[in-house]
Write a protein that binds this ligand. Structure first.
Ligand SMILES: *Cc1c(COP(=O)(O)O)cnc(C)c1O
Length: 395
């Protein structure tokens, strides 16, 4: 047998973490790496955060899981907290980002179909990433995720990101929703323009269609506000959140207004694990730390500091770097060429973890509670890495 016990779907690297301490990961062989990837925007409080750890330990000893057949004081309490701190009136808990997007799309279709309309089509945007289920790969135009899994689900139209005219032109009698990342993550840390998001909101209102935001990566304080939509001055009808939501505990949520959720009635949707007491305890602990103006102001000022330091630095290497973009502590550094080799070089030779993304961009996604010391170490490693990097020869 030559297949590995772990299904070989990831190109895993040689760094094998077994422990974490704040913004650092420690490998099996004892080597340490500065973690400015944070599990791809998941470990927003770093590793081993005392408040989150204690909440999970206490809940594990009290009650981990019960079925959604029973009343959920834990789910009600955290859903109420989300309702109090966001646009939403109601929340469905999931175990991942893809499931949160899946629920969002079902909510949008059910909104229309519950009132006798047969609208089902969802307009999405090129180079989006919404997850790896059949529906969420169908929602993305990226062929690398489709290969081998055809046929896709019906009912998606792909339009250029940030192209409002294109979005308008794609609307038809069957259009149920727009689905968009306000800041594309995997696609290359591309923030949508204000005009685009505000324009989608206006088009959605005008044509009676749902605006779904996928804030799985940019949500939960990452962008400098609790959710990125706040910075666009609009509210969505439906929104998917996950990644940072449990600070490392696998949990997601689909949030909706009361009007948008009108099709999601008893018996229409479900999840065995979704919103169990264990997950809710992790979410509450994360919210205790992040859902206040002091913490969010700190994320914004740390983000500005990191961004201006990066912008100054990349000027030294115009042959490697072309710019910095993003919001808050969701930053992307644009390079002159594909970024995977540089990200691997930083990891293997300088103990710095980042994440490659599309559009020749790598992602800088540190824990949100880093300070000056981590920024300084990051810049030292990045400088040393840029100085020692051999650019791949053009093919
Ligand atoms: C990561 C991600 C998802 C999928 O989340 P999973 O937890 O991997 O299912 C969906 N949308 C966006 C924007 C993401 O970044």
């Amino acid at each position: 047998m030559s297949i590995t016990p772990l299904m070989p779907v990831y190109p895993r690297c040689g760094f094998r973490p077994v422990r974490g301490e704040g913004a650092w990961l420690i490998s099996e062989d004892g080597s340490r790496a500065l973690d400015f990837a944070a599990g791809i925007a998941v470990n927003l409080l770093g590793h081993g955060h005392p408040h989150l750890t204690k909440a999970i330990q206490d809940q594990a000893a009290t009650l981990m899981h019960v079925s959604n057949l029973y009343g959920s004081p834990q789910g009600e309490a955290f859903a109420q907290r989300l309702v109090d701190t966001t646009f939403a009136d109601t929340v469905f808990f999931t175990n991942s980002g893809a499931e949160a997007v899946e629920c969002a799309m079902k909510t949008a279709r059910a909104y229309h179909q519950s009132q006798g309309s047969d609208r089902f089509e969802i307009i999405t945007f090129k180079n989006a990433f919404h997850g790896r289920t059949m529906a969420t790969i169908s929602a993305s135009n990226q062929e690398k995720m489709h290969k081998g899994f055809m046929p896709l689900l019906d009912g998606f139209k792909y339009v250029d990101f940030d192209d409002l005219e294109g979005a308008k032109a794609a609307i038809g009698p069957k259009t149920a929703a727009f689905l968009v990342e306000p800041i594309q993550g995997e696609g290359g840390v591309r923030p949508a323009s204000d005009a685009f998001i505000q324009g989608l909101r206006a088009l959605a209102d005008e044509h009676g269609i749902m605006l779904i935001l996928d804030e799985v990566q940019c949500g939960v304080a990452r962008s400098g506000t609790l959710y990125a939509y706040e910075q666009y001055g609009i509210i969505p009808d439906i929104m998917a959140t996950a990644k940072g939501l449990g600070g490392g505990f696998p949990v997601g949520a689909c949030l909706a207004t009361e009007a948008a959720a009108r099709g999601m009635v008893v018996g229409t949707h479900g999840s065995t694990y979704g919103g169990n007491p264990f997950a809710m305890a992790a979410c509450q602990a994360v919210w205790d730390v992040v859902a206040n103006e002091e913490f969010l102001a700190q994320v914004r000022s740390t983000g500005e500091k990191l961004r201006s330091t990066l912008e100054q630095f990349i000027g030294n290497y115009p042959d490697l770097f072309t710019g910095v973009r993003g919001k808050g502590l969701m930053l992307g550094v644009m390079m002159t060429h594909e970024t995977r080799a540089f990200v691997a070089h930083l990891r293997d030779n300088h103990g710095l973890l980042l994440v490659a993304a599309g559009d020749n961009t790598f992602r800088v996604l540190p824990p949100l509670n880093i300070g000056d010391a981590e920024i300084q170490t990051f810049m030292e490693k990045l400088s040393a890495g840029a100085a020692s990097y051999q650019m791949p020869q053009a093919a």
